[in-house]
Design a protein around this ligand. Structure first.
Ligand code: URA
Length: 306
């Protein structure tokens, strides 16, 4: 790594740490800023094959190769920046490197959602609005139910136990959380009055009130596939569906986008049977095939009896 790149990186980390110390928990990085920290885009991929997004965030282990001598000639293309993972814990760095219009629309949407008080009871009980996380140019999007206590605390979807399992599933495909986009049907944690802990499913009214935010996210991201995690996500996106057990593993369509229903990772935590894990993995393999991602023999055989 060149000295100038190292200095730039150190200054960036210092700045982000300063923001965090002042209570900032989420930053959006503009394309111009990103450009100053970037590596040239990789070239030569077949247009049909899955191109792993070149955008990574702080949760990606650093693998930094030089350097910033010349900016890329066509800087509008997605580029990559890697910031040291452990340097800024609890600070989400969302790097927006798509078109400026898309980035601006996404930021505006986020701001509207963060200020939302359409469900006064949820606005009163929430710690944060859990808008969503990941790459707004992602080809793959995961949709869950609603934030739980951990997500409400941290402002990021799927960071609790179920989230850790989802992260493992994503990693098993060869992608990282920063390559995909993760959101929920509901952006606020469903309140549990009279209970000090626990979760409850969103009510139909809460879902109907919140779903336009998710629809706008999907319309902006335009993923090539959506994975709906669990009955609430499937029902929330498709309307009254025949039930997750019947639907899982079968391609559906949502707003013109292929949608794969599968079990929620929380279900896999409750039911540790290999057969259930394999079912989810088979659904994920179908998604990988749809996205023309490379699949190894080892990946094909996960959770199969040997
Ligand atoms: N379960 C969900 O459905 N979403 C989260 O963000 C966390 C747990």
């Amino acid at each position: 790594m060149s000295e100038s790149y190292r200095q730039l990186l150190d200054a960036t980390v210092q700045h982000l740490e300063g923001l965090k110390a002042r209570g900032v928990r989420h930053v959006v990085v503009a394309p111009e800023t990103l450009r100053a920290l970037t590596l040239p885009p990789t070239a030569g991929k077949s247009p049909n094959s899955y191109s792993k997004p070149q955008i990574q965030s702080a949760i990606v282990p650093p693998k930094i190769e030089p350097a910033i001598s010349m900016p890329p000639k066509k800087p509008a293309a997605p580029t990559s920046v890697v910031l040291p993972k452990a340097a800024i814990p609890n600070l989400k760095i969302e790097i927006i490197s798509s078109s400026p219009e898309k980035a601006a629309a996404f930021t505006a949407l986020r701001e509207r959602a963060l200020a939302c008080v359409k469900c006064p009871h949820l606005a009163a009980s929430r710690t944060t609005v859990v808008f969503g996380v990941g790459n707004i140019d992602a080809q793959l999007m995961f949709v869950g139910e609603a934030p739980g206590a951990d997500e409400d605390e941290q402002g990021e979807p799927f960071v609790g136990r179920a989230g850790q399992l989802l992260t493992k599933i994503i990693l098993a495909t060869g992608l990282s959380r920063a390559d995909v986009y993760i959101a929920n049907i509901l952006k606020c944690r469903p309140d549990t009055p009279g209970q000090s802990a626990g979760n409850r499913p969103p009510t139909p009214e809460e879902r109907a009130t919140c779903i336009p935010y998710l629809q706008e996210q999907i319309d902006l991201i335009k993923p090539k596939a959506i994975v709906a995690l669990g009955a609430t996500a499937v029902d929330g996106l498709l309307g009254k569906a025949p039930g997750i057990t019947k639907l899982r593993g079968q391609w559906q369509t949502y707003r013109g986008i292929p949608l794969m229903p599968t079990y929620h990772p929380a279900y896999l935590l409750r039911n540790q049977a290999m057969t259930e894990k394999r079912k989810v993995w088979e659904d994920i393999l179908k998604v990988m095939e749809k996205l023309e991602m490379p699949i190894t023999e080892k990946q094909r055989n996960f959770f199969l009896k040997t």
